[in-house]
Design a protein around this ligand. Structure first.
Ligand SMILES: *Cc1c(COP(=O)(O)O)cnc(C)c1O
Length: 353
């Protein structure tokens, strides 16, 4: 079979999604299933819908359009603030988008009116991670203007933490978000429907918080696919951590000295190799490199060690020699998965389990 390939076990992904949907529902939180790491693959989107997510989210219009073309009828939200050059595309292809710039919302409004549509605005609030979002003090002006714009509807307020700076979405941050929601409702005499508290990094909080306040939605991608929370990348109880794997093929297998020999300078990626002589080792090359995955995010099968990686070659050692043509299955972290999904050299197989 073709290598390198990603294998996505949809039975395991579905189990992960259903488990999280059920656990969060018990706390009054619905899940927006995030498809961006799989480029909006309809197979994943369908699996998430069957698992009971309340909506789908992706950061790119191309991915949301792929989902729509597959006739998946679920509300879809663009998770990244629209580029001004794509507002027409956004109002046609997404029900809602995350927003923090009034200039963009004004353009969305005009485009929505032109297209005869109503576009949902999820107002994103900055709570300290310093990626997207308006500062809390800017929320009243923002909401006030959105409420008056034709073709736009305020769907809710949201925040995003733990992405740029690793700021933890803890009880304190979530209480701040809830307080902003309460103040907004009071000031404008409205009801804020959606309060989207964050991403996979919020799962610890959602499981342990005494009071989840006003938060009623989380946008979850990584935890569903990889089965881990994202603050410490610990496995989540009851979830599969091997739903997605990448498979490469052995193209050379020899017993070689463990220490290189000759005069030393930089390697292909600027590293200076520190030679440790462990005697002869069973060294194999897997046809998998930095153009396919992020090798630093791979976990080799038990007993096997990843020694080095260049553009196209992954050097591994193992207790006994592998055979040329053997397939080797690796686990991936988010970075390795993202690279593999976006590499033109890696095929993705979605298996129904
Ligand atoms: C990617 C993204 C998510 C999902 O994050 P995961 O860590 O994959 O759960 C949620 N919200 C926004 C704004 C995102 O960009």
């Amino acid at each position: 079979m073709t290598t390198p390939r990603l294998e996505v076990d949809l039975a395991k992904v579905g189990h992960n999604a259903r488990t999280l949907v059920t656990r969060l529902a018990a706390r009054g939180i619905s899940v927006t299933g995030v498809t961006k790491v799989a480029l909006g693959a309809p197979a994943l989107a369908r699996c998430l819908v069957e698992a009971g997510v309340g909506g789908l989210g992706d950061s790119r219009m191309a991915n949301l359009e792929r989902i729509r073309r597959a006739r998946i009828t679920m509300p879809v939200t663009l998770l990244r603030s629209p580029s001004p050059s794509e507002v027409g595309r956004v109002v046609r292809g997404a029900d809602a988008s995350c927003n923090s710039e009034l200039s963009v919302v004004r353009m969305l409004s005009a485009a929505a009116v032109g297209a005869g549509r109503v576009h949902g605005v999820l107002a994103m609030v900055e709570l300290g991670d310093l990626r997207e979002g308006m500062l809390p003090g800017d929320v009243p002006d923002f909401v006030g203007e959105v409420l008056g714009l034709p073709g736009c509807r305020l769907v809710g307020l949201g925040t995003n933490l733990a992405c740029r700076s690793g700021v933890v979405p803890d009880e304190d941050k979530m209480e701040q978000l809830s307080a902003i929601v309460d103040e907004t409702e009071e000031r404008f005499g409205i009801h804020v429907d959606v309060v989207s508290g964050g991403n996979s990094a919020n799962l610890d909080w959602a499981a342990s918080a005494v009071d989840i306040g006003r938060v009623n939605d989380l946008r979850v991608g990584e935890a569903i696919l990889l089965g881990r929370e994202t603050l410490r990348r610990q496995p989540i109880d009851g979830l599969h951590t091997d739903a997605v794997t990448v498979i490469g093929e052995v193209i050379e297998s020899r017993v070689k000295p463990s220490a290189p020999w000759g005069r030393f300078a930089q390697s292909a990626f600027g590293e200076v190799e520190i030679a440790v002589d462990r005697g002869p080792v069973a060294q194999s090359i897997v046809a998998l490199g930095r153009q396919d995955v992020d090798p630093d995010g791979l976990t080799a099968p038990a007993g096997m060690t990843i020694e080095a990686a260049s553009s196209d070659h992954l050097v591994v050692t193992s207790p006994s020699t592998l055979t040329v043509g053997d397939e080797v299955t690796f686990q991936l972290d988010y970075s390795a998965l993202l690279r593999a999904m976006t590499s033109p050299f890696v095929v993705t197989r979605y298996q129904q389990g």
